[in-house]
Design a protein around this ligand. Structure first.
Ligand code: PLP
Length: 378
């Protein structure tokens, strides 16, 4: 059997071990230390805005703390893009709140501003104004920031930007993760850079960041003994993981370039194939890190389904994956309100993510080309 070609695998830069050794030498083997502070500074500098960053144990933890800081409590409603990974929506349930799911639009596959406004109006008419909006930059593609923010501002609802897949992406030259009241980043093993597991909350005030750090370190009041007046969490990032992150930050720009080249590779591969479209930016305002390259397949035109292609690649030991199954179609969220049409549903039926790693070799790309061309010939 040939080596497995993964959808997206960790890609170390070489500098990571230096920071880990420093942590061991200074005995900072704990969920605090110089690497944690250093990574937060590196991220704030990279995002290139006046932001404060809190390094956490996961992107999911960052979303949870963002909801808490937005005042979401049991019985509240929170709007969430339906087409996403379940981690975008699960923290709503952690708070005992109800998710209200919204369809995507065709250009960016992200939150549809029209369905968003319909949903907000309808929830308000039913007696509850949503407490927050979770908008996602799917696969690194920025959502329609101007349109979504305009709707959110019209109703004065805070936006939590799920930029877990979009570190290095920009909209009109500004970093994804810096537009909302809070931004969420992830450094899970499959993301564009990794700390093995980790995440961060992007804040716009020192106060918001301090609150996130306080809640993520068990909410200890200022006292010599252990005194608590809030429920706390153990969500802080470890200084070892942060060391990996600091090394990864040194190569982030080249990782973005490599992922974008993988997307160009697929654009070239499918350029004369009628019935397969590669997911690309609608115009120059949108700069995607192309964390994952994705295609949609028109089975009526080309005679194969996305499942046919997925299985053909799997037979060659090449991993591919259907697009995220929308949350309003997930058994666990059955009965949650939903606004919009069938755009997310159709994307799920016809869409496939292809190997996108920054570490794929020329040989591996040739294997991908051969497998796909052989499948299309049949
Ligand atoms: C990965 C991911 C998350 C969760 O991040 P973790 O660090 O794995 O907890 C949240 N939202 C989206 C869209 C993601 O892709």
């Amino acid at each position: 059997m040939k080596n497995k070609i993964w959808l997206s695998s960790p890609h170390m830069g070489g500098g990571e071990l230096k920071y880990i050794h420093e942590a061991f030498d200074a005995n900072w083997v704990a969920p605090l230390g110089p690497n944690v502070n250093g990574l937060e500074q590196d991220l704030a500098t990279f995002l290139n805005e006046n932001v404060q960053v809190a390094a956490l144990s996961a992107g999911t933890a960052a979303l949870h703390l963002a909801l808490i800081e937005c005042g979401v409590r049991a019985g509240d409603e929170v709007i969430c893009q339906s087409m996403t990974f379940s981690a975008s929506a699960n923290p709503i349930a952690y708070q005992g709140a109800t998710p209200v799911f919204i369809d995507s639009e065709k250009d960016t596959w992200n939150l549809c501003p029209v369905a968003l406004e319909d949903g907000i109006k309808d929830r308000i008419s039913k007696g509850k104004k949503p407490k927050a909006i979770i908008a996602v930059h799917l696969y690194g593609m920025p959502f329609k920031v101007d349109e979504v923010m305009a709707v959110a501002n019209r109703y004065d609802i805070p936006v939590i930007e799920d930029a877990a897949e979009a570190l290095g992406s920009t909209y009109k030259g500004k970093s994804c993760g810096t537009f909302g009241r809070f931004g969420v980043l992830s450094f899970n093993g499959n993301k564009i850079i990794t700390t093995s597991g980790g995440g961060a909350l992007v804040c716009h005030s020192e106060e918001d960041k301090e609150k996130a750090v306080f809640l993520s370190t068990q909410a200890r009041d200022d006292a010599p003994h252990y005194q608590h007046s809030h429920i706390g969490y153990n969500y802080r990032m470890s200084n070892i993981c942060a060391g990996i992150g600091r090394g990864q930050m040194e190569v982030l720009k080249s990782r973005v370039d490599a992922r974008r080249k993988m997307c160009d590779f697929y654009v070239d591969l499918f350029k004369n194939v009628e019935g397969i479209d590669v997911f690309v930016a609608p115009n120059a305002d949108y700069y995607s890190n192309h964390w994952l390259s994705a295609i949609t397949i028109d089975a009526a035109k080309i005679g194969i389904t996305r499942e046919d292609l997925r299985l053909a690649l799997l037979a060659e030991n090449i991993e591919s994956r259907p697009l995220w199954k929308p949350m309003h179609l997930q058994p666990v969220f059955e009965g949650a309100p939903y606004y919009g049409g069938k755009i997310a549903e159709k994307l799920f039926e016809n869409g496939l993510c292809l190997p996108s790693g920054s570490n794929l070799s020329e040989d591996e790309r040739t294997r991908i080309t051969d497998s796909i061309q052989n499948t299309l010939k049949k």
